[in-house]
Design a protein around this ligand. Structure first.
Ligand SMILES: [Fe+2]
Ligand SMILES: [Fe+2]
Length: 181
C-alpha cells in the first residue's frame, strides 16, 4: 500500500505490519548476503515504524481511549524489549543457529506486539476518531516515512543511507531526529 494513498492511518499501519511479517520470513528463508539485506531492511522498517507510532499514534490513543495510558504503556514496554533483543541479535553471527533460535523468538514477540496493537489499540482508535482526524494522522505518518525512508529512493540516497547503516539503536535515534522535527 502506498503511504500517500487514500487509506486511513490504521490501514496503513496494518499494511506495514504485513511488510514486517514478510521481511521476517525473508530473513528465515535466506542465507548470506540476502539474509543480511533482509535483516537490514527489517531493522530499518522497524526503526521508522515504531518511531512513527511513538510520535503520532500512541499519543493519540492515550487521549482517545478510556484506558489509553495503560494500553500504550504495555505497547511501549514491548517496543523497548524488542529494541533490546535486536541489539543482542546484532551481536550474533547471522548464519549461526544461535541467531536462528533468537531470531525466531524475536519474530514471535514482534508479531504478538503488532497483533496486540491492532486488536487493543487501533480498533478503538479508529472508532474514537472521525475521518478527517484519521486522514490527518495518515498525512503525518506519510510525512514521517518521507523524511525517514525505509527504502533508498532514487535521488535521496545520502539521506536514506543515514538510516541504512549502523546498529538499531543508531537507526532509532536517527528516525527520532528526523520524525520529531
Ligand atoms: Fe509498535
Ligand atoms: Fe506497529
Amino acid at each position: 500500500m502506498k503511504l500517500d494513498s487514500g487509506a486511513d492511518v490504521v490501514a496503513l499501519l496494518k499494511a506495514q505490519h504485513e511488510q514486517v511479517k514478510g521481511l521476517f520470513q525473508q530473513v528465515i528463508t535466506t542465507m548470506g548476503s540476502q539474509r543480511t539485506e533482509a535483516f537490514n531492511e527489517l531493522r530499518r522498517l522497524l526503526a521508522v515504524h515504531e518511531t512513527a507510532e511513538e510520535e503520532i499514534v500512541h499519543p493519540r490513543a492515550r487521549e482517545v481511549m478510556a484506558n489509553g495510558d495503560q494500553v500504550v504503556e504495555q505497547r511501549l514496554a514491548e517496543e523497548r524489549a524488542a529494541k533490546e533483543t535486536l541489539g543482542q541479535l546484532e551481536d550474533l553471527d547471522i548464519e549461526s543457529t544461535q541467531f536462528e533460535t533468537a531470531f525466531r523468538r524475536f519474530q514471535k514477540d514482534v508479531l504478538a506486539h503488532a497483533e496486540a496493537e491492532e486488536r487493543l489499540e487501533f480498533v478503538e482508535l479508529s472508532a474514537g476518531l472521525d475521518r478527517s482526524q484519521l486522514e490527518r494522522m495518515r498525512k503525518a505518518y506519510a510525512l514521517a516515512e518521507r523524511v525517514a525512508p525505509t527504502h533508498p529512493h532514487a535521488g535521496v540516497e545520502s539521506q536514506a543511507a543515514n538510516l541504512v547503516t549502523g546498529p538499531f539503536v543508531a537507526m532509532l535515534d536517527r528516525a527520532h531526529d528526523l520524525i520529531s522535527h
